[in-house]
Design a protein around this ligand. Structure first.
Ligand SMILES: O=C(O)CCC(=O)C(=O)O
Ligand SMILES: [Fe+2]
Length: 330
């Protein structure tokens, strides 16, 4: 059912038996998920059923977008909501627990959220953190490629959620109510080459993700590194067709730090642009995140106060972005 990655530390887990509803499969997978979530917080997901053409088309769309002239990209610059283009130099990770970062990340990004119509009830109601995607002109297949990928990844994340909940020691649908309208973001990233090592200069400085779980389709080029508790940096197994999955801050809270998020970073030491298309899966904006009962006891009291996810996002705004002091981290 699982094989260790080349480093033996980040496992490759096959979700196919669970998706097929094989009796006992979810529980067995959940045990392995729990083990790795207590360790590196990273795993590689195989047998997920996502057509490899979907991430491939999304990577191609990303390459096409970033190849557009700067003025076209800058016309789509992120505004009040974190949707659209974030140029190189606009994000400095200041929330990192492990390093003081001052130099901006050597990447440019494009943020895509749930696609809505201008007359979407949540838009009309002026709900916070709800906005319209900003589609680039002149790339006809861009919207379809990215949204098809977005939709497939959201469905996969929903299928993994009961496994994660089981790993927490709770009934599989325990967290379902917090994810009825989940906060999903697809981020397209292009990292410029960084052939020469420079202190404190990263494609993406060490950070933890702020959502629940993140899915990374395997990039064509290496660059992602994961920090173990011992302070070593590991590369997740780069098996084509799989997803690197990592835990993020909200899983840390639900689990009362049992599944704590792991710092990771990107250095693009390749001689070419590196692309990544992380999909971030997080709770509803109106979900209140609190440690689950199985992770709290008299000997291990709750380490976190209940947190409205929307408030968490509001707070992140002030920290990480230089372009406007009010942007979420994803
Ligand atoms: O580029 C990658 O492989 C990782 C990106 C990442 O960590 C993030 O967007 O949070
Ligand atoms: Fe990340």
């Amino acid at each position: 059912m699982s094989e260790p990655g080349p480093d033996g530390r980040i496992p490759v887990l096959d979700i196919a038996p669970t998706l097929a509803g094989v009796p006992g499969a979810r529980e067995a997978l959940a045990e392995q998920v729990a083990r790795t979530c207590e360790d590196t917080g990273f795993l590689v997901l195989a047998g997920h059923g996502i057509d490899p053409g979907l991430p491939a088309a999304c990577f191609a769309a990303a390459a096409e977008f970033f190849a557009l002239p700067d003025e076209v990209k800058l016309a789509l610059k992120v505004g009040e909501l974190n949707i659209g283009f974030l140029p190189t130099g606009a994000q400095v990770i200041r929330t990192s627990r492990i390093a003081e970062n001052r130099k901006p990340n050597l990447n440019e990004s494009f943020y895509i959220v749930r696609d809505r119509a201008p007359d979407d009830p949540d838009i009309l109601a002026g709900k916070p953190f709800v906005g319209l995607n900003r589609w680039p002109p002149g790339i006809p297949g861009f919207r379809a490629a990215t949204m098809t990928y977005f939709t497939a990844m959201e469905a996969l994340a929903q299928k993994l959620l009961p496994v994660v909940t089981t790993a927490l020691g709770m009934p599989p649908d325990y967290l379902a109510g917090d994810f009825t309208d989940p906060t999903c973001t697809l981020r397209l990233i292009r990292y410029q080459p960084q052939p020469e090592e420079e202190a404190d200069r990263f494609g993406f400085a060490p950070h933890i993700d702020t959502n629940l779980i993140t899915f990374l389709a395997q990039s064509a080029l290496p660059g992602l590194e994961v920090r173990t508790r011992e302070g070593e940096w590991l590369r997740p197994p780069a098996i084509p067709g799989t997803f690197v999955v990592n835990t993020a801050e909200m899983l840390g809270r639900y689990s009362n730090d049992r599944f704590a998020p792991t710092p990771h970073r990107v250095v693009n030491a390749n001689n070419a642009m590196r692309y990544a298309i992380p999909f971030f899966f997080g709770p509803n904006n109106d979900a209140v995140i609190r440690p689950v009962p199985s992770c709290v006891s008299e000997a291990n009291p709750a380490r976190y106060e209940p947190l409205l996810y929307e408030d968490h996002r509001r707070k992140l705004n002030v920290t990480n972005f230089a372009h406007r002091q009010t942007q979420p981290a994803h």
